[in-house]
Write a protein that binds this ligand. Structure first.
Ligand SMILES: [Zn+2]
Length: 130
């Protein structure tokens, strides 16, 4: 009698949902931090001063940092979208199903990446296309 009971499934559902909500909260907090950091930088630009105005290279660094923040911001927004999709999939009962081949995603993979929407084989295939 080792079949997963309804109760276990509900419990798993709960665990995944809690993890995804946690993930979402973390991402939103990171996004907020980046936006606040950008705001500070914009303000120092407007006053004609940089935070550390001693080295000529600082302007380049500031620009680099802003570009890095933008990349980071896009990555976070990307992940947020995936987390949202995973939450939607949880409620529609398709969570853990690969978007590409329709197969089941390895639970170990879901443990590592709670918003995974592709099985490992499909993910590897997608990445090798780039
Ligand atoms: Zn797949």
């Amino acid at each position: 009698m080792m079949e997963p009971s309804k109760e276990t499934e509900a419990k798993m559902h709960e665990t995944y949902l809690a993890r995804l909500n946690q993930e979402k909260a973390t991402l939103l907090a990171e996004l907020k931090e980046i936006n606040e950091g950008n705001l500070e930088m914009l303000q120092s630009d407007m006053s004609g001063e940089t935070a550390h105005g001693e080295h000529p290279a600082d302007n380049g660094n500031a620009r680099f940092e802003r570009e890095r923040d933008l990349t980071l911001e896009n990555n976070i927004k990307d992940m947020l979208a995936k987390v949202e999709i995973a939450i939607a999939k949880l409620s529609s009962g398709t969570y853990g199903v690969c978007d590409r081949c329709g197969g089941a995603i390895d639970p170990a993979r879901l443990k590592a990446v709670s918003y995974a929407n592709l099985c490992l084989a499909c993910k590897t295939a997608e990445e090798s296309k780039r």
